[in-house]
Design a protein around this ligand. Structure first.
Ligand code: FAD
Ligand code: NDP
Length: 525
């Protein structure tokens, strides 16, 4: 064991090298890891480095199930990739899953390789010399079942790294195993990368370790914009909450719990603002939403769609103050915010504040090294950056959206999942992987409402359906073709139909007829 620790320490100083490194431990990282595993990597080939202390999880849960007052979602239940109804990758999965497939082969090969030196039956015992079944094999007779039995016991009981210790030194030293044989996917958690050198293919962590790669996938996502970036001071107050990661979500839950029955001001009328306002209401907190635009979700919703959601929120007690922004906070002696002052002079007393005023992609490590566009790292149709050993996926990547014929940076979970899976396919099977052809997909769930949007929201809009509480939606028609579709309250078949319609981009001659047909138009495509 001492030898192992010594080896690890030396490794840290010298730096570790991997075939593949995923920088970032969010949604895209989790989906990329699963894809690597499915396509087959060798133990020790892949490393995931994340500033967060936990393995990748489905970030959308943080503004939904995580904030519920009863039976809230908690890790490990929402580790990736449950959001896509796929395997849930727990910390154990990263350690062991990859080995499960590979170790059998490796062990068989290793033992076959060592069998020449076995001239008598050999009994193997665990380190304490008891409890473990004996495993026998003879010169030319490797008993794989028995070895798998030992392997599975070992996996249950302690680290796989100790597995070689089960074998007598004479055998161990002659087996073609190395430390990598006993590694899964290397997780470097709670560790920020502070420097990247794409020419040298190295990353320097805040703990001083240099990690090198053959291929790098950048999945650094984004950070929440702070009020200070808009000239407002006071974000550090105990009762001012942002929401980007698990630590933020835990803090928000604790602030909410101590203010049940009180008041909250939500700054921002985008995704965070809308989803958090709904959660605050569910937690019995009175909400005032403040945002600069004329209506909520201004970047996506039409005024008519926004009106529906605002009326619904009002019916739940939410108060809207639109067309203005926060100018300052008032604090009490303990430094807690007690009131917000708006630019139009309005003063709102409050017990807590939630801020959701947008994000910035985490590109800074690569500025000046890789080409940038649209606030992100520019990639080609294979998710490859201007350096061909480096790929970028998720919120940080600006990629060509074929359907629109232009480069976009999307800030949504489906795009993170799909781009991550695609990049791994492009890396591991370049000849079999055509250019990424992604249909943008956004969704949200608040209270008992649920909507989906596909495509692009440009051009003329045809609204349809029942805006008084039933299923309704809209099509966006640009240059005579449907380019975007929105639906509230649909079922799977209906959502699939609007997705398909947006992908086909059918021609539309008559907007009035499209409005009349409504959802039936999509169902007939
Ligand atoms: P992230 O998931 O943000 O992961 C980035 C990771 O990189 C983090 O782990 C971070 O710590 C790490 N990192 C960054 N820099 C470094 C560094 N220098 N060193 C080490 N690690 C680093 N989208 C939807 O479509 N639907 C939703 O309902 C939805 N809900 C959301 C709810 C919330 C609260 C939030 C914050 C986002 C939501 N999104 C939603 C957006 C979606 O979660 C993101 O698009 C998605 O997480 C992007 O994945 P990513 O892997 O690119 O980035
Ligand atoms: P959004 O970009 O969705 O919304 C930001 C909102 O804040 C906009 O209304 C914006 O107005 C407003 N705003 C900007 N500056 C100020 C200011 N100084 N004062 C008050 N309001 C301001 O970002 P969010 O923060 O809501 O969401 C962060 C990220 O999380 C996004 O990437 C989003 O995609 C993701 N997310 C997605 C969800 C989903 O898809 N369901 C759910 C939760 C988060 P303007 O438009 O004028 O700038």
């Amino acid at each position: 064991m001492l030898l192992l620790l010594f080896h690890r320490e030396r490794e840290r100083e010298m730096g570790r090298a991997f075939v593949y490194v995923i920088l970032g431990g969010g949604v895209a990282a989790g989906y990329a890891a699963l894809e690597f595993s499915r396509r087959g990597i060798s133990p020790g080939d892949l490393c995931v480095i994340s500033e967060e202390p936990v393995v990748p999880y489905e970030r959308p849960a943080l503004s939904k199930g995580f904030l519920l007052p009863e039976s809230p979602a908690r890790l490990p239940s929402f580790h990736t990739c449950v959001g896509a109804n796929d395997e849930r990758l727990t910390p154990k999965w990263y350690q062991e899953h990859e080995l499960q497939n590979k170790l059998t082969e490796n062990m068989a090969a290793a033992m076959r390789g060592a069998s020449h030196m076995l001239d008598k039956r050999c009994a193997l015992k665990d380190k304490k010399g008891h409890g473990m079944n004996e495993m026998y094999w003879t010169k030319n007779n490797f008993d794989s079942e028995a070895s798998m039995d030992i392997l599975s016991r070992q996996k249950r009981s302690r680290s796989l790294e100790n597995l070689p210790l089960l074998f007598p030194t004479s055998i161990r030293e002659n087996m073609p195993w190395n430390d990598d044989t006993f590694r899964g996917i290397e997780l470097v958690l709670g560790t920020r990368v502070k420097c990247a050198d794409v020419r040298r293919k190295t990353l320097l962590t805040a703990t001083g370790e240099t990690i090198s790669y053959n291929i790098l996938i950048i999945a650094t996502g984004a950070r929440a914009l702070k009020l200070e970036e808009f000239g407002v001071k006071g974000s550090e107050a105990d009762n001012v909450c942002y929401l980007r990661d698990l630590a933020d979500a835990n803090r928000l839950v604790s602030v909410m719990q101590s203010n049940v029955g009180g008041n909250a001001v939500v700054i921002g009328g985008g995704y965070i603002g809308m989803e958090c306002a709904a959660s605050l209401v569910i937690n019995k907190i009175n909400v005032t939403m403040v945002f600069p635009e004329a209506h909520c979700m201004a970047r996506l919703f039409t005024p008519k769609i926004a009106e529906y959601y605002e009326e619904y929120y009002k019916s739940k007690g939410v108060n809207f103050i639109k067309g203005t922004v926060l100018s300052s906070f008032e604090n009490n002696a303990e430094g807690k915010v007690t009131a917000v002052i708006l630019r139009d002079g309005t003063r709102i007393t409050t017990d807590m504040v939630v801020v959701g005023i947008g994000i910035r992609a985490n590109t800074s490590l690569f500025e000046g090294q890789l080409n940038m566009e649209k606030g992100g790292i520019k990639v080609n149709g294979r998710l490859q950056t201007s350096n061909n050993s480096v790929y970028a996926v998720g919120d940080v990547a600006a990629f060509p959206v074929k359907l629109f014929g232009e480069t976009r940076r999307l800030e949504h979970v489906d795009s993170a999942r799909q781009s991550a899976k695609y990049a791994v396919a492009a890396i591991m099977a370049p000849d079999k992987t055509a250019d990424f052809n992604y249909l943008p997909f956004f969704y949200s769930r608040v209270f008992s409402l649920s909507w989906q949007f596909y495509g692009d929201n440009v051009g003329e809009v045809a609204h349809y359906g029942d805006f008084s509480g039933g299923t309704f939606g809209a099509y966006w028609v640009n240059k005579g073709q449907i380019v975007g579709a929105f639906l509230e309250g649909g079922n799977k078949e209906e959502y699939d139909a609007i997705a398909k319609t947006t992908r086909y981009k059918p021609m539309v001659q008559d907007m009035a007829e499209l409005e009349r047909l409504g959802l039936d138009f999509a169902l007939q495509v």
